[in-house]
Design a protein around this ligand. Structure first.
Ligand code: ADP
Ligand code: MG
Length: 253
């Protein structure tokens, strides 16, 4: 494993996390996290509820502040400097369990809002980009509707398209399908698979183990704020090493 980690520290490294620790007050939520993510690499993060998965990925785009250790994204070291935070956020897209679309804006407007106001993209160009990504997530015909008129699966695909409109180099997903009805999960996973095929660097917190097998280069298992184990999917599922991983897998598979 040390060898694999070393191999990943190269010119092509997209995210470096070294010796990272985070506390909520006195609660030590993330402990000595070391993680190297290569450009184009796809990582699935699994682990029991409360193990720190969301907090970890939220630290990467400074939605949560870490207290110790180093996070570097695309050559920018995450510090309290707002310029660095802005730069990192402009390169990192994030999709949450709850899609948080603006209910009073159309699908198209949801997708063009940040490009127009944050990136200063001209409106017409932002709309072209938005339509391109709505086509990518296979709902261009919904562009003029409002979020409330769409199914949960469609809304989550809009959330993914909205994120892509900012042209991120890295995408973070935090349980994007866990709030969806079963029949809608596949359409969202299919969208994520198609992003994977485009070579997007992805970190996905998910319990969709079929997805992990299909697209992940690596599965990371977290428990109690630590990375307990990581391996390529087949090894991870067929030959888990730690007792905690075995227990977790026996509960979800
Ligand atoms: P996971 O995503 O793996 O379920 P989280 O990262 O959401 O876990 O949470 C890890 C732990 O940190 C949990 O015990 C949770 O209750 C706690 N936690 C999360 N957010 C906060 C917060 N803002 N303040 C205090 N504790 C928090
Ligand atoms: Mg979570």
């Amino acid at each position: 494993m040390a060898e694999q980690a070393k191999l990943q520290v190269s010119d092509e490294v997209a995210i470096t996390i070294e010796g990272m620790n985070k506390w909520f007050g006195t609660f030590h939520v993330l402990r000595d996290i070391n993680l190297y993510v290569n450009r184009g690499e796809r990582i699935v993060i699994a682990g029991p509820s409360g193990s720190g998965k969301s907090t970890l990925i939220r630290c990467i785009n400074a939605l949560e502040e870490h207290q110790k250790g180093r996070i570097e994204v695309d050559g920018t070291v995450l510090s309290s400097d707002i310029k660095n935070i802005d730069k990192i956020r402009s390169e990192v897209g994030m999709v949450f369990q709850h899609f948080n679309l603006f209910p009073h804006l159309t699908i198209l407007e949801n997708c063009t809002l940040a490009p127009i106001w944050v990136r200063k993209t001209p409106k017409r160009e932002a709309e072209e980009i938005a339509m391109h990504f709505l086509e990518k997530v296979k709902i261009p015909e919904q562009a003029d509707k409002y979020p409330g008129q769409l199914s949960g699966g469609q809304q989550q695909r809009v959330a993914i398209a909205r994120s892509l409109c900012m042209k991120p180099r890295i995408m973070l997903f935090d349980e994007p399908t866990s709030a969806l009805d079963p029949e809608m999960i596949k359409e969202v996973l299919d969208t994520m698979v198609s992003l994977a095929e485009d070579g997007m660097t992805m970190l996905c917190v998910t319990h969709e183990m079929g997805f992990a097998r299909q697209v992940a280069h690596r599965v990371i298992f977290m428990d109690q704020g630590q990375i307990v184990e990581q391996n390529e999917p087949e090894e991870f599922f067929n030959n888990p090493q730690s007792e905690r991983t075995k227990l977790f897998l026996s509960q979800i598979l």
